[in-house]
Design a protein around this ligand. Structure first.
Ligand code: ZN
Length: 373
């Protein structure tokens, strides 16, 4: 949609009276930053296309003047799909004109290896206190026999006869802006400029072999579910001398049978009986490091919260820890024996009808009681 397109001057971050030199240098700067092969920015490819489109128009005096007077519609014949016929081969050539190489279409430069992901399940306690784990991974590595050249040791790669060692094949291509020379990697040597006459017998010329590796990962105290730990350089090897990728270990914490986690606090639901709640008592509660005593005052209600300071999860960045939060739940006894029933009835009488007596009360009565109305 033409009206959704950004202003070309805005795209190139220049003023409307920018000179040709300004336009070229703005384009050069932005294209370098957003080129999809090298850019770390989000939406690099979309930005790169936008930058190229803006440059195509503003760098052409005739098109620029049309654009200045009539806007996008004037230079963008079929609305939103206006640049549909203008492919990346054209962009690649322009890029090559500027920088002396076409990253997208020419000889492949060094590129970083692929990142790997490893999903690791750890226990609740391991997440809280940290741990070490061994990982067994399978990854491709540079072939140790040929050191990643793909040529049998003792032989050397030869110049590719198809591209004469340039790594590129060039052909002319028509676009709506005229003819471009489209440069693409040589299909025979894959852009390397050389081919292997005697492929390495270990990797069959592929330059890589699959390897089993055992790695150690240190998991710091206080990690949470879905935390990613990066093992730098432990991914797959880079191409043409590029650095290797990283290995990301994604942690999954198994639930604990009775502890739950809320950020750096550990939550525990603790049942006490009705007489402990009414009379008050001291109870022992489990923590991740043994038991702790809590004093329950007489008249404690369901939902009362007690905090054990510093018994929670260590903060990842600081030295202190969260709390353990104990939430009290009062359990009504089930399956009373005859004696207990008698005692409860006596209690009911002495509570003067406040408690539910033997005649079944209606649901509405119980709601009224609960709400105190
Ligand atoms: Zn090899």
């Amino acid at each position: 949609m033409a009206e959704n397109k950004r202003d070309y001057y805005e795209v190139l971050e220049i003023s409307r009276d920018a000179s040709k030199d300004d336009i070229r240098s703005a384009y050069r700067k932005l294209a370098r930053r957003y080129h999809p092969d090298v850019s770390k920015e989000e939406n690099a490819e979309a930005r790169f296309k936008e930058i190229n489109e803006a440059y195509q128009i503003l760098n052409d005096d005739e098109k620029r003047s049309l654009y200045d007077r009539f806007g996008h519609q004037a230079v963008n014949q079929n609305g939103g799909a206006g640049f549909g016929g203008f492919d990346m081969g054209g962009f690649g050539s322009i890029f090559e004109d500027f920088f002396g190489f076409g990253q997208r279409t020419g000889r492949p430069g060094p590129s970083r290896g692929t990142d790997l992901r490893y999903d690791l399940e750890i226990t609740f306690e391991e997440a809280v206190f940290g741990c070490k784990h061994e990982l067994h991974i399978r990854r491709s590595e540079a072939c140790p026999a040929c050191h990643g050249s793909g040529a049998e040791p003792g032989t050397t790669p030869i110049r590719c006869p198809e591209c004469n060692g340039s790594g590129q094949v060039r052909r002319s291509q028509q676009s709506i802006f005229g003819a471009f020379v489209n440069v693409s990697p040589c299909p025979r040597c894959g852009g390397r400029g050389e081919t292997v006459s005697t492929p390495c017998t270990t990797c069959h010329g592929s330059t890589r072999v699959e390897q089993e590796r055992t790695l150690q990962v240190d998991i710091p105290a206080g990690v949470d579910d879905e935390t990613r730990i990066r093992l730098s350089g432990e991914g797959e090897p880079g191409a043409y001398g590029g650095p290797p990728g990283n290995l990301y270990v994604v942690l999954h914490t198994k639930p604990h049978p009775y502890f739950k986690r809320r950020e750096d606090d550990i939550l525990l639901n603790m049942n006490i009986n009705i007489s402990q709640a009414a009379l008050g008592t001291e109870i022992e509660v489990p923590t991740l490091e043994g038991t702790e005593k809590i004093k329950i005052p007489a008249g404690t209600q369901t939902g009362t919260v007690f905090k054990l300071r510093g018994k929670g999860v260590p903060h990842l960045q600081r030295r202190d820890r969260g709390d353990q939060v104990v939430i009290i739940n009062i359990q009504v006894p089930l399956n009373l024996d005859t004696n207990q029933k008698r005692l409860f009835k006596e209690l009911a009488k002495s509570l003067n009808g406040e408690a539910v007596v033997e005649e079944e009360k209606s649901f509405l009565d119980r709601v009224r009681e609960a709400l105190g109305i």
